[in-house]
Design a protein. Structure first.
Length: 138
């Protein structure tokens, strides 16, 4: 997949990135990855992120490590398989690592980290969009 024109995941992720930049409170009920905007629920929650997960050729979930600290301040290395699209260039995507929220809310089970990875989309065999969420501090 050396031709950028053939990088289907890049096309999907670019749409998601644009949707996140232009997030609005419009209602939508389409559940596909390429629905035309980040949707509000009937309660008009204005989502700003469409989390994604990726799968490798052996059907395993792609994971990235990130650094965090415990409540006592001890540094720990954790893994996450959930990401927010920040930028797409060619067949590469800059992704923000999302951590499980310590206190999940009805609008987000994730916390945005300040840690990023660049993913070569040619190494990915499947992409899954998760339910839209509201992330703070992005």
């Amino acid at each position: 997949m050396n031709n950028q024109e053939d990088c289907c995941f890049a096309k999907i992720l670019k749409v998601i990135h644009i949707l996140q930049k232009n997030a609005s409170g419009q209602d939508c009920f389409d559940e596909s990855c390429t629905r035309p905007f980040l949707g509000g629920t009937p309660d008009i929650v204005c989502f700003n992120t469409r989390p994604v997960t990726f799968y490798l050729s052996d059907a395993s979930l792609f994971e990235a490590t990130y650094q965090s600290t415990t409540e006592e301040g001890t540094p720990v290395t954790l893994t996450s398989s959930t990401f927010r699209v920040e930028k797409v260039e060619g067949c590469c995507a800059l992704l923000r690592i999302l951590a499980p929220a310590t206190s999940p809310t009805t609008t987000s089970p994730y916390t945005a980290t300040n840690q990023f990875i660049t993913l070569n989309l040619n190494c990915i065999c499947a992409l899954r969009c998760l339910d839209d969420v509201v992330l703070e501090n992005i």
